[in-house]
Ligand binder design. Sequence first.
Ligand SMILES: NC(=O)C1=CN([C@@H]2O[C@H](COP(=O)(O)OP(=O)(O)OC[C@H]3O[C@@H](n4cnc5c(N)ncnc54)[C@H](O)[C@@H]3O)[C@@H](O)[C@H]2O)C=CC1
Ligand SMILES: O=C([O-])CC(=O)C(=O)O
Length: 329
Amino acid sequence: MPNAPVKVAVSGAAGQIAYALLFRLAQGDVFGPDTPIDLRLLDLPQAQAALQGVVMELDDCAFPLLTSIQTTDDPIIAFDDIDAAFLVGSRPRAKGMERRDLLAANAAIFKTQGAALNAVAKRSVKVLVVGNPANTNAWVAIQSAPDLPPGAITSMIRLDHNRAAAQFARRAGVPVDAVEKLAVWGNHSPTMFADWSHATVEGQSLAGLINDETWYRDTLIPEVARRGTAVLEARGASSAASAANAAINHMRDWVQGSNGRWVSMGVASIGQYDIPEGLVCGVPTTCRDGVYAPVTGLELDAFTRAGLAASVQELIEERDAALAVLADA
Ligand SMILES: NC(=O)C1=CN([C@@H]2O[C@H](COP(=O)(O)OP(=O)(O)OC[C@H]3O[C@@H](n4cnc5c(N)ncnc54)[C@H](O)[C@@H]3O)[C@@H](O)[C@H]2O)C=CC1
Ligand SMILES: O=C([O-])CC(=O)C(=O)O
């Protein structure tokens, strides 16, 4: 007998990331081939006409798992009794902007949506914030959802993780899946820190295999940190298919487990690694039985500690700026 349907909300459902996300979601890429899906598509009133086109295309795929689709511009309707949410909807970055420039525009959105989740979502809901600045938007949503359990709301740093994994694997000449224990720390911004110091390939040190510290420090780290900008400049639009893929990877691993593999997630800090408690920060985690657990007790070398501290400082500044925006609202 098939599983009961999961109710899944996607905000920004008429946007470009959602256009790459919804079809894979409806195909079973997150919840598996035996779990039907009720989709709740949330977007602004002015996007509802375009959203109807997306609904038509979803219908036209005749996905066996897609049991219903509801469209709305009201988060209370979209989030009612949901099991999972992808919060993608927000203002995307234009050329010349950093992700933090989006903070003021988006803090208000995530305050409203956090409150709506708090009011009507299942208490077991799993929420992934994709819209930038993703870490701080997730922090805002958490503040507005005090009745949800700690850990219900996370942010996406998986795209940076995947970008780093692909570059490391290419440099080492190994399949991407062979790279394990990779960590991406910090903010989803140019300060994020791709850490190879614990990474392995078939039990051997990745750093030892590549054996080029200068490439790691001067090429890999800045290229991963600036990859979103490079894609934006080349495409004239920010990453979409790779962002949707990372969102699917994040939620799939959270729901189905990561089989012992480390996966980087933006999660509310429990105070480890000198990350202030509550700050939503990229850390390595493992996922099992529908629960993520940050990898604890790692020894961080001085270079990694400094990289993480710089990104944490940026997150503190974003959090304080968001606080000020919310206080003025
Ligand atoms: N965390 C990450 O790794 C990544 C994050 N992003 C971010 O994802 C976000 C979405 O990107 P795209 O899909 O390319 O943008 P887009 O502009 O194509 O789509 C955004 C959609 O969100 C909708 N929207 C805006 N405010 C909303 C609200 N209050 N409620 C519901 N829907 C709302 C818009 O009407 C639009 O349909 C941007 O903030 C972008 O910077 C993009 C790539 C990676
Ligand atoms: O750069 C952007 O605005 C989109 C994004 O977050 C990324 O590609 O990492």
